[in-house]
Design a protein around this ligand. Sequence first.
Ligand SMILES: [Zn+2]
Ligand SMILES: [Zn+2]
Length: 347
Amino acid sequence: MTMVVGMCRTFRDRSLDRCFQCFPCLSDPARRSSLGLKVALVMLHLIYAGILFLFDSDLIQKAKREPWYTALYLLLFFATLVQYFITSGSSPGYVVDAMRAVNETNVIYKKSSIASKQPASSKNGSLIVTVEGSQSARSFQGNNVASWTKLVMDMYPLGTPIRTCTCSYCNVEQPPRAKHCHDCDKCVLQFDHHCVWLGTCIGQGNHCKFWWYICEETALCLWTGILYITYLKANISRAWWKAAIMILLLIALSISIIFLLLLLLFHSYLVLTNQTTYELVRRRRIPYLRGIPERVYPFSKGVCSNLYDFCCVRSCSYSLESLPSAQELEEKSRPYTCLDVLTCRCC
Ligand SMILES: [Zn+2]
Ligand SMILES: [Zn+2]
């Protein structure tokens, strides 16, 4: 008996070794589970859409009568899956990559209009780093590392000790809002959260893509839910087992829709106020946010600017933000007056 078990194990190990030789990426358990989740997601989508087209003959008839309707649904279906894989494969904006980009490409220092009016000693402003050439793997020179250190330290208030800004795992200086992710084992710029479902971190580089993915997934689930309800309304008395399967799937779908809608609203709120999930949840524990009143959003530049930065700037470049000065925070915590409403202060 022991011999049989041993032989089975040897056979299994050999098969796995052969499999890992063909697909080296599968040798990492984390990547295997991530791949498993991706396959599960695609299967789930196929099951929901497949059962709908399999059971609902009216839908096939409708597809023949109004092909644009089915074409639009299938377009959303594939766009959602494509968006999922794009988000999953995109970089969240790693600090080491930004460091490389700073060292190897043009650096454009853009001071905000408020900062330019302040004394020269002020450290406020944001840094936009272009990403061209960031992928090249040249080794860092000593003076380059020093320039990154200086750049990061300029974003913190004067006198901040360098070791408080240095990640003990990556040994690099973290700009404000960056955090080390233990799943990715890298520091991520504007770290939001590590998404198990996508198998990647959500940060500055892919937050916009993530928002679009949730948006498309919500729309797809809502549309699928409507199609399921339409089928049940017309055919509930015809075949009970078909109706039972569809009711069960619809219950699971309804739970997903509620979750996705809340997630979409939550992330839309974060985008409009320029916050991250990590900053919102751990507000009292993050040193640079401690002591700032709850309703004050220290990194917000106004709804329109936040939206522009989120959609246009962060996905194509690394944007490093300085910590706001006491003067700026005071300005942001000032209560709203009628004049502020008329001049659209929040925008
Ligand atoms: Zn780190
Ligand atoms: Zn991560």
